[in-house]
Design a protein around this ligand. Sequence first.
Ligand SMILES: Cc1cc2nc3c(=O)[nH]c(=O)nc-3n(C[C@H](O)[C@H](O)[C@H](O)COP(=O)(O)O)c2cc1C
Length: 243
Amino acid sequence: MDLLKQLLSHTSVRKFAKDKLSPRLKNQLLCAAQSGSSSNFVQAYSIIEVTDPQKLAAIEKLANGFGYIKDAGAFYVFVADLNKHAQILTQHQQPLEALKNEESFIVSVVDTTIAAQTMAVYAESVGLGICYIGGIRNDLFKMAELLELPEYTFPLFGLSVGYPAGKNEVKPRLPVEDIQHTDSYQPLSSQQIDAYDQLMEDYYAGRTTNAADADWSKKMLAHFHEPRRTHTTEFLKKQGFEF
Ligand SMILES: Cc1cc2nc3c(=O)[nH]c(=O)nc-3n(C[C@H](O)[C@H](O)[C@H](O)COP(=O)(O)O)c2cc1C
């Protein structure tokens, strides 16, 4: 399929056939993930495939991902990882100040995200479905314990990959004019927001599963109603980061 056509037909998959992915396919997914660009070539990520049924059950529970973590063809946790770099610095008696700060953390988050999305695009190109699982950050301390994560690492999100057993309709994105700016930033007008809300209201009301009375503004108001995952700061500190 033409790549643009494939990208525009993306929808998250939350229902998988029970088949597990073959070792060869999993290797290809990992190679695809590694092919992405990397800021200063730091390659600041690790990808943990979780196969232990007890760990998968625990993750499914804390992430609220019932049915699409354990039953996926493979489940990966993408870890922003500066631990390997800390190892090199320590071996060479170099201080870790430059590794513990916001800039290095952002670099590791960006690298990890590029790797995941490259895996996701490749997975979809061979007919697999994917779902990101940010829900793993509902309990960062538990995730770190389950995966035995060392200092200078952060479990960013999970990625369920598998053979789709059902697919949702494509969710309409903001009109491209709403995200495309030229030369300077342009805030959205209230007419633009209203028009997108109408589009999304129709989408949510008309979709074949989980029909709902919602629009984009309502979703954003609910999402930003109160701070989420407020243990993140404490967790980052425990992992050795100094912001
Ligand atoms: C970083 C990230 C975390 C996400 N976490 C979850 C999650 O925990 N559970 C879930 O069901 N979907 C999750 N999603 C999927 C989004 O809800 C989904 O991408 C979005 O609603 C757009 O829908 P679409 O992917 O079907 O186009 C996540 C997506 C991203 C990018």
